[in-house]
Design a protein around this ligand. Sequence first.
Ligand code: DP6
Length: 317
Amino acid sequence: MKGHGVAGPSLALVKYWGKRSAEDNTPATGSLAVTLGTLESRTEVTWDDRDSVVVNGSPQPLERFAGFLGSLKAGLGVVDRGIAVTSVNNFPTAAGLASSSSGFAALAGAVAALAGVPVAPERLSALARLGSGSATRSVFGGFTVFDAGATQAVPEQDEGFWPGFRVVLAIVREEAKATSSRVAMETSRRTSPYYGPWVDTSPALLSSAREALAHRDWARLGPLVRQSYLRMFATMFTAEPPLLYWKPESLALIQALEALRAEGFTAWETMDAGPQVKIFCPEDQAGALVAELSRRVPEVRFLTAAPGPGLRTWREP
Ligand code: DP6
């Protein structure tokens, strides 16, 4: 018997960065994110004598998964069994493309399917949180909100809400990052003098961004998206030791986008704990945007995605 889970990465427009409780993995800042279509983690699980995890064909050290698999099994009432996990991402893993969001959501769903217990999406969202905060959001499609201190995400707008909404992913480096988001956000929390102001100013940013999204208002949403990631990075640049994920091409892309906005493009970037630049833009500008950026910043690979569906799961006899 097999359990299957498929989920897309959750890309935040307004960022989760820092934990209210590390034990419960609840966020200090509320986030607003879009679940991407086209990109996905596909996870298959079977019962086994012991737990094991293979991602993209490579066996993984169990430390990052043991606690999560334990909580998942306890939550689903299947404690005394081992689980063999095989997961494949159709996009670069651990390079700041949110593979932990889709990966842990797909895993939570696959194990629930294998256990054969009906689990509501709200509960799957709460379970996925124990693997990764952003995975909480990947359970739902379209746009989602994960409030500060919350234990699950809530759907904000469905995947068809904004048909012309596109995300262009500019992949600057393919390799995995040196410092995980988990470690980096904790370093920011402990050492950056700007962490307090980051947390304090985030509720206003989130509520303005939700409103701008509800009106499909690029002109309001864009600058809020930019404020969120730059304030988040302010806590990283001023952490001890500093967290410098940016590469020269990351900054070149940010500056090229500023110039392209002045030339009439409606394109706003964000970044996560990695060097990749993710750009939100209207569908009818995506092609020209990629052409311009490729010309101005060579050696960058581009992928385009639209808002996608939430977690899909099934059981194979
Ligand atoms: C920068 O969800 O990877 O992508 O909960 O510790 O697993 P853990 O962190 P994770 O952090 C995501 C941080 C971010 C912003 C975001 O997705 O909101």
